[in-house]
Design a protein. Structure first.
Length: 67
């Protein structure tokens, strides 16, 4: 599956790279929400996909450095 490959790629990255990916994904989510609010977003399913990717990134970060 596509998500399994994505998670494997995430697990291969360092924590700093994951933090950068997380920041990028959050900015993308903000932009998608802004576009949705102004009726400029065509693919609303992308919001759900980005939210799940953020959760995946956060999960891998937690696995790598538990509190």
């Amino acid at each position: 599956m596509k998500s399994n490959k994505y998670v494997e790629d995430l697990k291969a990255k360092s924590v700093n790279e994951l933090q950068d990916d997380l920041t990028t994904a959050k900015k993308e989510l903000f932009n998608l929400r802004f576009q949705n609010a102004t009726n400029q977003l065509d693919n609303t399913g992308r919001i759900k996909e980005v939210r799940r990717n953020i959760a995946r990134i956060q999960t891998v970060i937690t696995e790598k450095c538990p509190q």
